[in-house]
Ligand binder design. Structure first.
Ligand SMILES: C[S@@+](CC[C@H](N)C(=O)[O-])C[C@H]1O[C@@H](n2cnc3c(N)ncnc32)[C@H](O)[C@@H]1O
Length: 238
């Protein structure tokens, strides 16, 4: 049955967030994030538009908040290296299951993997030129969202950029993800939480007007294809 997508399904829980989730299924989910993110999250656009222009001015410090399997950080490290640019990349996740898996699969990317909360980095006085997150906003309750936005602003220091990317909730996104993942459920995505949690994520995610309504002043909401949403703080363009 098709779910009600007129409001955020804030009571729906993702299976991978269960602290007792099956370890092998969780690991397969981290592994498959790379495939899913390369198709739906447009990391190449993020790189070309927001990261490469800044990296061309000098070594950049990048923070990925809620880095999960670390694939976004590894992809950025590879593109920067390919373009002869340098960066210090930190993959931050409060879930030690994620940081353990990601650091064991660094594959020479030289990413720094930290199991900590953004609040810990604020306390430590760390700052970054670019603070990113992908598929994190929809996970959070309203107080957690406000806390994340205020902490990531602090972590971006003066002149830094924050880009929180996520799915935008829509019938189109739900039907497309359901249709694309159905033929893969018994092979490529078998034994992972990708299909179930992806559909739950879409139900939990914001629409652009909803996100604009809860974002503090100074944050900018942008939309993109396919059913993407971005909450940004900082200079308009590099
Ligand atoms: C669904 S995962 C996203 C994984 C990855 N970014 C991706 O796109 O595949 C969301 C992660 O965000 C982490 N998280 C949420 N808020 C956080 C915070 N304030 N500091 C660090 N990690 C956070 C959670 O532990 C969770 O592992």
């Amino acid at each position: 049955m098709s779910p009600d997508l007129s409001v955020r399904a804030v009571a729906a829980h993702e299976l991978m967030d269960d602290p007792h989730a099956d370890q092998r299924m969780l690991e397969r989910t981290y592994r498959r994030f790379a495939l899913i993110n390369s198709v739906v999250s447009r990391p190449g656009l993020l790189y070309r538009r927001d990261i490469r222009p800044r990296a061309r001015r000098g070594r950049v410090r990048i923070l990925d908040v809620g880095s999960g399997g670390g694939d976004l950080c590894r992809m950025l490290a590879a593109r920067l290296r390919r373009d002869g640019l340098s960066a210090d990349i930190t993959a931050l996740d409060a879930d030690d299951r994620a940081t353990r898996w990601a650091s064991a699969h660094d594959a020479g990317a030289a990413v720094r993997y930290l199991c900590a909360h953004t609040a810990d980095l604020v306390r430590a006085g760390e700052t970054f030129d670019i603070v990113l997150s992908n598929h994190v906003l929809h996970h959070l309750g309203s107080d957690e969202l406000q806390q994340l936005l205020s902490e990531t602003r602090v972590l971006a220091g003066d002149g830094g950029l924050v880009v929180h990317g996520d799915i935008a909730r829509s019938r189109f996104a739900y039907v497309l993800f359901a249709a694309l993942t159905l033929p893969l459920a018994k092979n490529l995505l078998a034994g992972s939480f990708i299909r179930d949690d992806g559909l739950t994520s879409i139900r939990r995610s914001y629409t652009a007007p909803e996100l604009a309504a809860v974002a503090p002043s100074g944050w900018q909401v942008r939309t993109g294809i396919p059913s993407r949403i971005e909450l940004r703080w900082g200079p308009a363009d590099a």
